[in-house]
Each structure stands twice: as structure tokens, then as C-alpha cells.
Design a protein around this ligand. Structure first.
Ligand code: PEP
Ligand code: MN
Length: 342
């Protein structure tokens, strides 16, 4: 439930509503807005009675939040969440954000070349896994902390923000310290201990959809982050498991539109892991922007055939450049510009 206060509500009236909520055994979450304060009720398993709030001084409206996720929902917060990165790029606003880079950070030369490609093509965020959650324990597991330092070096050189995955609590601490956005991968979407830990960080988080997660499960996973205190959450649709092996996963394009309806959080599309095939990445990226994604995250590698992971889906540098140009055109028809570096 959400209680919106009148513009004229006093601090005492707001406190009184919070006290009643707490006395009922729930938690009150006051959210001061530009002109009025809203107070969220959390911690309730069943519907909360509206009676104690009706007619209270200072109360404007009492709104039932029907979805099982609360703070993530549009009912809770009708206005889109915007997240400003250190390089000035805003995610979730009018601009469409292009993120790009290799699947994994492999070496200084590989990453710096990829960063140059991304920046010159018009990308604003550099991706690259330093800690890799590989399906096989025998596959390349990433450079770890050294990979984070290489990402920071590329940020310094090109002004790109950096996003990289945290796979456990230990790597989450390192990633939170050095990256601009903490990525939570599909395999960890329902790792609730990790979600709770990352919720305590004061850094934007991108939560990828689990490979077999329903939209409700995905939004509830995001709720762990918001309810734990981190409101800077970005969702990422990266395809779900299907029966057809023509593509690596099935890009759930409609999920992007569904989530934009249900939630105020920004949504990024990952056509690389969705399709698994280089030739399909740009078309699916375009479809994602057309359906309302706030940006895309796309794998590109200076030499895809030598990539230590996900080579078949990595774009060649010229393909990445062409993709960004075509996204600019699609975004323009949606009346949105592509985000640019200052
Ligand atoms: C990745 O982004 O490199 C990755 C491992 O993606 P996902 O978690 O979506 O499989
Ligand atoms: Mn990958």
C-alpha cells in the first residue's frame, strides 16, 4: 500500500502516519517527492487495512499496490527511474544508451582496442567480464581483480563508464569499489544472498533476467535490491530458454514492453546472449529499441575468432559501428537520441 500525503502535510502529520504503520507491525518507507511525500507500507504479506488512514489529517490518497513486488512497480512510482552515471550518461531518461565490449576482459591490448571501438562508434558504457560465471569449470574464468583494473584504465582513457559482473559476495565488494555499474548475471538472478549484499552498495546495478525466470520472478528479484536500500536498478532482458536451438536463447522482446508497463525501472536489451549469433545481434538490437528498451548491451571483440568466451556472438568492430548507426535511426523514429559522451 502507498499513502500519498497532501502538499500541505506537515512533518508531524507524516510522522503520525509512519507511527500508525509501525504500530500495525509493518515498515513505513517515506519517500519525499518534489511537491509531496508518499509513504510506502512494506513488510506485509496480506493486504493492509486502509481504515486507519482514511480521513487522517494530511493524507491525500491511499493506493493499494496489487502486484507482489511493491517498490519496483509503476503503482508505487509512476515516474521512470533515471540513473546518472559518473560520466554524465543517464539511463532511463530520454536517451538510448549503447553499452559494448568483450564478453571477458582478456588482456590490456584486447580491452583497450575494444574500448576504442566502442567509444568511436558512439557507445557510452564499456562492458567486460573480469569474473566469469562459466557453464564449465574448465572454461576461462576471467582475470579477476586485474580485469577490473584494466577496465578502470580504459575508463580513464576513453571516458566510458564501466559495467562488469559480480558472481559472489567477494567479487561484489571489488566490483562495487571499481566499476560504475554492478552486473548481476542470469545465473545469479535468484541468488538472494548476493542480491541482499549488493542492495547495500551505493552503486547502480544491472539485474539480468534469469534464463528460465518469469517476469514476476525477475521483478521480485529486483525488489530484493530496492527493499534492501538500492534504488539504482536497471533490468536487462537477455533471452530465455526455449526449445529451438537455432538461437542460443529466445529473445523475449515483448518482455521489454511488459516490464516498461509494470515497472518504473530502466530496461536494457542484450541481443548477444539472446541470440548467440553475430548475424542476429544488430536486427534484434534494433527490435529491442523499437519496442522501448532504454539501451542495449552488445558484445564486440577486436578479433572474435580468438575470443576466450562467446566469440560466435561477438561483433567485429565494423559491425558494431554499423549497428550503432542503425540504432540511431530507430531511436530517432522513437523520438529518442542516442546517449553521447560529454
Ligand atoms: C555476460 O553478460 O557476459 C553474461 C554471462 O550474461 P548472462 O548472465 O546473461 O548469461
Ligand atoms: Mn558473454
Amino acid at each position: 500500500m502507498l499513502i500519498t500525503m497532501k502538499r500541505s502535510a506537515t512533518a508531524d502529520q507524516i510522522q503520525h502516519v509512519c507511527d500508525i504503520i509501525e504500530a500495525m507491525g509493518f515498515e513505513a518507507r517515506p519517500m519525499p517527492g518534489g511537491v509531496r511525500t508518499a509513504i510506502g507500507v512494506v513488510g506485509n504479506e496480506r493486504p493492509v487495512s486502509e481504515a486507519p488512514f482514511r480521513g487522517l489529517e494530511g493524507v491525500s490518497r491511499v493506493i493499494a499496490v496489487s502486484a507482489p513486488y511493491k517498490q519496483v512497480s509503476r503503482e508505487w512510482r509512476p515516474k521512470p527511474t533515471t540513473i546518472e552515471l559518473k560520466n554524465g550518461v543517464v539511463i532511463g531518461g530520454p536517451d538510448v544508451v549503447v553499452m559494448g565490449g568483450p564478453c571477458a576482459v582478456e588482456s590490456e591490448q584486447q580491452l583497450m582496442t575494444a574500448a576504442k571501438v566502442v567509444a568511436e562508434a558512439g557507445g557510452v558504457v564499456l562492458r567486460g567480464g573480469a569474473f566469469k560465471p562459466r557453464t564449465s569449470p574448465y572454461s576461462f574464468q576471467g582475470l579477476g581483480d586485474r580485469g577490473l583494473d584494466l577496465l578502470a584504465m580504459a575508463r580513464e582513457e576513453y571516458g566510458l563508464a564501466i559495467i562488469t559482473e559480480a558472481v559472489d559476495i567477494e567479487s561484489a565488494d571489488l566490483v562495487a569499489e571499481k566499476a560504475d555499474i554492478i552486473q548481476i548475471g542470469a545465473r545469479n538472478m535468484q541468488n538472494y544472498g548476493l542480491l541482499r549484499h549488493i542492495a547495500t552498495k551505493r552503486k547502480p546495478v544491472m539485474l539480468k533476467r534469469g534464463m528460465s525466470a518469469t517476469i514476476k520472478e525477475w521483478l521480485l528479484a529486483a525488489e530484493y535490491l530496492l527493499s534492501g536500500g538500492n534504488e539504482q536498478v536497471i533490468l536487462c532482458e537477455r533471452g530465455i530458454r526455449g526449445f529451438d536451438d537455432a538461437t542460443r536463447n529466445v529473445m523475449d522482446v515483448s518482455a521489454i514492453a511488459v516490464v516498461k508497463e509494470l515497472s518504473h525501472l530502466p530496461v536494457i536489451a542484450d541481443p548477444s546472449h539472446a541470440t548467440g549469433r553475430r548475424s542476429l545481434v544488430a536486427p534484434v538490437a534494433r527490435a529491442s529499441v523499437a519496442v522501448g528498451a532504454d539501451g542495449v548491451i552488445v558484445e564486440t571483440h577486436p578479433m572474435p575468432h580468438e575470443a576466450l568466451s562467446d566469440g560466435p556472438q561477438a561483433l567485429f568492430p565494423n559491425q558494431f559501428k554499423d549497428m550503432v548507426a542503425s540504432l540511431e535511426a530507430i531511436a530517432a523514429t522513437m523520438k529518442r537520441p542516442l546517449a553521447a559522451l560529454a
